[in-house]
Design a protein around this ligand. Structure first.
Ligand SMILES: Cc1cc2nc3c(=O)[nH]c(=O)nc-3n(C[C@H](O)[C@H](O)[C@H](O)COP(=O)(O)OP(=O)(O)OC[C@H]3O[C@@H](n4cnc5c(N)ncnc54)[C@H](O)[C@@H]3O)c2cc1C
Length: 468
C-alpha cells in the first residue's frame, strides 16, 4: 500500500497527525496495533481516569455539599459496577469518535503492529507493507517498573491494571507520588479505600510549583491519605490475603493492592528506527526538533515517544505541527504555554514557570500574588473554597511568567493563563481586563491585582501577606 503520510500509532499524537495530514490533501494511513483507536489517553489514561474523577466528585458533593445547599439525598454509596459502566461508555464514545473522524477525513486505518523496514517502508505484522513519502512516529509510552523485589506480584498493578479493577481495594498502596499516583489516590480515597502513598522525593507532584505541592499534601492529609515522603520502597511480599510493602528504614504497610506509578518510558524499541538512522535515547525517546523532525528529514516523531511532557495536549499539537511540515508547511511547536492539569481533589493546574523557576531565572525581579478561593463568591456558593490562584510576573516589564492554581475547576480555568502566556501578556493585561461576575475566572484577574498590590477583594492584611 502506497501513501503520502504514514502514521505509526493511533493515540492523540498519531490520530491528530493523520487527520491534519488528510485535511491538507495527503493520502494518509494510520497503523495502530490495538483494536481501538485513541491510544493510552482515550483507552487507558486521561479519559477513563477522569470518568472516575467525576464519580469521586459526585460522592464528595453528595457527602459535603448537597445538604448545605438544601438538597437532601441521604448518604452516598458507591455502586462501583455502574461507575465502571459509565467509564466504559465514555471511553467507547470517545474511541468511536476518532474512528468516525478517520472515515470522515479519508484516513485509512491499518490494523496491526508496524515496524520500519527501510526509510520509506513500514512492515505491518500479518499485513501488507505500507510505503510512504513521509512518516510520523507516535508510538507513545509504557509504564516503568523499578527493580524492586516482589513487584512482579499480581497484586502490584500499573494504571491500566488499576483501571481494570472490578472491586474497590480496601487498602491501596501507591508507589509514586507523581501526577498519576496522586490522581488515583484522590479517586480511591473517595471510593472508600485506605490509601497510602510512598514517594522517594520530598514532595508530591515533584515538577509542580512548591506551594501547589504543599497544598495538595495538606488536603490529602485532611482527607486521611497517608503520605510517606522521602521513602524508598525496598521490597514487596505476599501475605496470603494481601501484600506488605517495605519502605524507608524498616517501615511496612499492608495493602490489598499496589499501584506502581513511578513514571513512563518512551516506546521506541523494536520499531526499526535506529536501523534507518533515526536517533533516539531509550530514556528520553526519539530526538526531534521544534518542527518534530527526527534525524531522518522525512520522518517525524510526536507525543510520548519523543516528548518531555508526556501529555495528551502536547501530543495533539506536535501531531498537527508534524503533519503540516510533512505537507510542506513551516510550523513549529511553542512550548511556552503548555498547561499542566492535575485532576486531584483539589484540582491543580499550572502554565509557564513555577515560582521557583521564575526566581531562578529572574532573581529579585519577580513578584507574585495569591488570591484565595474563600474570597471568590462563586467558589463560596459552590462550597469549594480550598486553594488559591497564584500569579507570577517579572517586575521590569510586567511580563506574566506563570499562573498556578489549586482549587475548583482550575484544569478548565488554566486556559486563561495559556492564552495570556501565548500572547506574551503583561500582568496588567490580566489584572485590568474584566472577568464576568460572579465566576471562578475572576480569581485569575484578582491574583494579578494582588501581584500588583492593588487587590480590592482582600483586606489590607491578607493583601500584604498574599503578595511577595
Ligand atoms: C493513567 C493516565 C492518566 C493520564 N491522564 C492524562 C491527562 O489527564 N491529561 C493529559 O494530558 N495526559 C494524560 N495522560 C498522558 C497521555 O495519556 C499521554 O501523554 C498521551 O496518550 C500520549 O499520546 P501519544 O499519541 O504520544 O501516545 P499513546 O496515547 O500512548 O498512543 C500510542 C499508540 O501507538 C500504538 N502503537 C505503539 N507501537 C505501535 C506499533 N509498533 N504499531 C502500531 N501501533 C503502535 C499504541 O497501541 C497506542 O495506541 C495520562 C496517562 C495515563 C497513563
Amino acid at each position: 500500500m502506497d501513501c503520502d503520510v504514514a502514521v505509526l500509532g493511533g493515540g492523540p499524537g498519531g490520530y491528530t497527525a493523520a487527520i491534519r495530514a488528510a485535511q491538507l490533501g495527503a493520502k494518509t494511513v494510520c497503523i495502530e496495533k490495538e483494536p481501538e483507536l485513541g491510544g493510552t489517553c482515550l483507552r487507558i489514561g486521561c479519559i477513563p481516569t477522569k470518568a472516575w474523577v467525576q464519580t469521586a466528585f459526585a460522592i464528595k458533593e453528595a457527602e459535603h455539599t448537597f445538604a448545605k445547599l438544601g438538597v437532601q439525598v441521604g448518604s452516598p454509596e458507591l455502586d462501583f459496577a455502574t461507575a465502571n459502566e459509565w467509564k466504559a461508555g465514555v471511553v467507547k464514545q470517545m474511541v468511536n469518535g476518532v474512528a468516525s473522524l478517520f472515515k470522515a477525513n479519508g484516513v485509512e486505518w491499518v490494523k496491526g503492529t508496524g515496524r520500519f523496514k527501510d526509510a520509506n517502508t513500514i512492515a505491518v505484522e500479518g499485513g501488507e507493507d505500507v510505503t510512504f513519502k513521509n512518516a510520523i512516529v507516535a508510538t507513545g509510552s509504557f509504564p516503568l517498573r523499578p527493580p524492586i523485589e516482589g513487584l512482579d506480584s499480581a497484586r502490584c498493578v500499573d494504571s491500566e491494571g488499576l483501571l481494570g479493577q472490578t472491586e474497590v481495594p480496601r487498602r491501596l498502596v501507591i508507589l509514586g507520588g507523581g501526577i498519576i499516583g496522586c490522581e488515583f489516590a484522590s479517586i480511591f480515597n473517595r471510593f472508600g479505600s485506605e490509601v497510602t502513598i510512598i514517594e522517594m522525593l520530598p514532595k508530591l507532584i515533584p515538577a509542580e510549583d512548591d506551594d501547589a505541592a504543599k497544598e495538595l499534601a495538606k488536603q490529602f492529609g485532611r482527607r486521611g491519605i497517608t503520605l510517606h515522603l522521602e521513602k524508598q520502597c525496598t521490597k514487596v511480599e505476599e501475605t496470603g490475603d494481601g501484600l506488605r510493602a517495605h519502605f524507608g528504614d524498616g517501615e511496612t504497610v499492608d495493602a490489598d493492592l499496589m499501584l506502581v506509578a513511578v513514571g513512563r518510558g518512551p516506546l521506541v524499541e523494536g520499531l526499526g528506527l535506529e536501523e534507518i538512522g533515526v536517533e533516539l535515547d531509550r530514556r528520553k525517546g526519539i530526538a526531534a526538533d521544534e518542527h518534530r523532525r527526527t534525524t531522518v528529514q522525512h520522518i517525524y516523531a510526536v507525543g510520548d515517544c519523543a516528548g518531555y511532557w508526556q501529555l495528551a495536549h502536547t501530543a495533539f499539537r506536535e501531531g498537527e505541527v508534524a503533519a503540516e511540515n510533512a505537507m510542506g508547511h513551516d510550523a513549529v511547536v511553542d512550548n511556552r504555554g503548555v498547561p499542566r492539569p492535575i485532576y486531584t481533589d483539589p484540582e491543580i493546574a499550572g502554565v509557564g514557570l513555577t515560582e521557583a523557576e521564575a526566581r531562578e531565572q529572574y532573581g529579585d525581579d519577580v513578584a507574585t500574588g495569591m488570591f484565595p478561593w474563600v474570597a471568590n463568591a462563586r467558589a463560596v456558593m459552590q462550597n469549594e473554597t480550598v486553594g488559591w490562584v497564584k500569579s507570577i510576573h517579572e517586575t521590569r516589564y510586567g511580563e506574566l511568567l506563570g499562573i498556578v492554581m489549586v482549587g475548583p475547576h482550575v484544569t478548565d480555568l488554566i486556559e486563561a493563563g495559556v492564552v495570556a502566556l501565548d500572547a506574551e501578556a503583561t500582568v496588567e493585561t490580566v489584572a485590568d481586563g474584566m472577568a464576568a461576575h460572579p465566576t471562578l475566572s475572576e480569581a485569575v484577574k484578582e491574583a494579578g491585582l494582588v501581584a500588583l498590590g492593588r487587590a480590592i477583594h482582600l483586606p489590607p492584611k491578607r493583601r500584604a501577606a498574599a503578595t511577595t
